[in-house]
Design a protein around this ligand. Sequence first.
Ligand code: BDR
Ligand code: CA
Length: 313
Amino acid sequence: MPARDIIIDTDPGQDDAVAIMLALGSPDALSVLGITCVAGNVPLPLTSRNARMVCELAGHPEVPVYAGCAAPLARPLVTAEHVHGRTGLDGPDLPEPTMPLQDKDAVSFLIDTLRDRPAGTVTLCPLGPLTNIATALTRAPDIADRIAEIVLMGGAYFEVGNITPAAEFNIYVDPEAAAIVFRSGVPLTVMPLDVTHKALVTAPRNNAFRALGTPVGLATAQMTDFFERFDKAKYGSEGAPLHDPCVIAYLLEPSLFSGRHINVEIETTSELTLGMTVADWWGVTDRAPNATFMGDVDADGFFALLTERLGRL
Ligand code: BDR
Ligand code: CA
């Protein structure tokens, strides 16, 4: 089977970085057409710098990286340096990137690629706030029918919130953008906190990254070492949750995940529950299903896949 064409939309972030490397380590299955950066964990100049540092670390400076939206559609940017550190990629000591940022903006790249490629062949993988994707869908509504699928990290049902008591970070930062994406009619697969909080880098899993004995293995161990502090203190969990790599792992091995095809709406007005993913997990409304909302992951299988693919870089 030919490799599947994907665009990674991202705000690196240590877990975004691992997701990018998982994709770049799987060229037989995934062809990364481009990486589009958005403001999220840290402001846009840092996310677009970090994405290029990760491509260079992975030995893939040829991957085109684009900068997109610097702020959410209707609100000031909320960032997460308290989780990811001042640079967004704290932990390893990586060199400044030398590969260029593309001249074209990320939204134009998304629109042009979806129009130029055969309909139904390009999958979008958003790993941050949905500002770039919603802007592209609003500016060029014709692309909705051309997107093969959107597989995204965002939201929560049983785990409720991480940035507020009710909301997960990616959706909270730009709820208006999320509402546009969830109502777009594009086939959606969602990796919420319910799944990603089970994908924890325990000490043996971190040792397995380090034992790869490569720059990628070492940097991954150092990134997850840094990133775990926040979740260990907050949740008492065993290690850092690898949220965003769940998106790429799903493309590679969907059987690792299970969930339900349900209705998911985004709260955009309430002060208390802004950005909540109101997921009809129990089917108590007659609202039409619009997303496959995942609930579980085979964590050992996920880490075996991830470690093996990182080992190829
Ligand atoms: C999401 O928010 C970011 O901090 C992570 O990179 C992930 O995409 C988890 O809520
Ligand atoms: Ca992210």
